[in-house]
Design a protein around this ligand. Sequence first.
Ligand SMILES: Cc1ncc(COP(=O)(O)O)c(C=O)c1O
Length: 393
Amino acid sequence: MASELANYWSLESSRLFLNHGSFGACPDFVIAEQRKWQDLMEQEPVRFFEELMPELLLKSRQALGAFLSCSADDLALVSNATSGVNTILRSLQFEQGDEILVPNHAYQACRNTIDFVAERWSANVVEVAIPFPIDGPETVVELMKSACTPRTKLVMIDTVTSPTGLRMPFEELTEFFEGRGVEVLLDAAHGIGMIPLNLGDLGASYVTSNCHKWLCAPKGSAFLYVRKDKQSKIQPLTISHGHTFPLGGTTRFRHEFDWTGTQDISGWCALPAVIEGMAKLVEGGWETIMEHNHDLAIQGRNILCERLGIQPPCPDEMIACISTIQLPGELVTPELMHEPDPLHQILSETYNIQVPVWSWPSPAGRYLRISAQLYNSIEQYEQLADALVNELK
Ligand SMILES: Cc1ncc(COP(=O)(O)O)c(C=O)c1O
């Protein structure tokens, strides 16, 4: 049984959906809100884009700015975190021998971008090996700090890692690296709506986050924050009219990012209503949502660990709303992340459970990641535990 709040979503009722982390899932009111903007767009497209759009996008950036405690002027709307990371890395210039630091838990698509850019500039990628299981955030801080050299130019840090579900000590790391003149690119794909973010105080040069994951906004809605002093060197991936448009009292950053060609912007237009509407689903609003999902992820993780007779791989403080465990038994798939594990298929087809299972190199093994969102319930993790005990015996 899903939780009572599942009534706000149209997820298949017979399916146990434990993977909010990959693509999010929208409540019905969010879909309706997006459709409203799509209808308006199609009723009079020219009026929509030429007259209404600037004000609509301003309202969306303002709603995000209020939620993130930063200036709306420092935010650009982008389609996803991969584009946000690409926008930064492909705008920056490096010198031969410069170092780009990245933990080994980084999301592979973003790591690919680092490798691509480093090769282009003959820069070096320095991968920091973070252990998993891990005893606490201090270990991450120590390892990351000790990898910093005079050649370190940029560090990419996740707010919460994708394969291992670790809440990184990104606040402390940001302070350390930015304090040494090293630019921090925060991959907060699992960020907004999952953990409190105060970008005004954080001090990172660059932050990108998906609204379509934990904010439950429509797919293709994300933002990129660029600190004011860095904005002149960052261009969108698509150069458009804003590159030469007369400034007229605004900034080149604003002009360039506010128009990158015709596209469906209904997901971005929905953002103010999503932020407000989600907060109304539970008493206490967003603070309660984040706490609830955090507690549920820990309880779900503990149920699995107990039933499988394994130790939790990290302390509770390193959990946000997703949690990864290493499954007992032999590794079945020899290849890394890209290969689907047969257990994923079995859980999906035999037990009607959607939960990711993948392999991870250190220590080599089979890993499973649960998510916790308002529509999930404790019984669902118990059901998953039953299925795992049955399949792994
Ligand atoms: C840490 C991290 N970065 C980036 C991404 C990419 O997100 P998107 O596909 O929306 O660009 C993900 C997706 O799961 C992620 O977990």
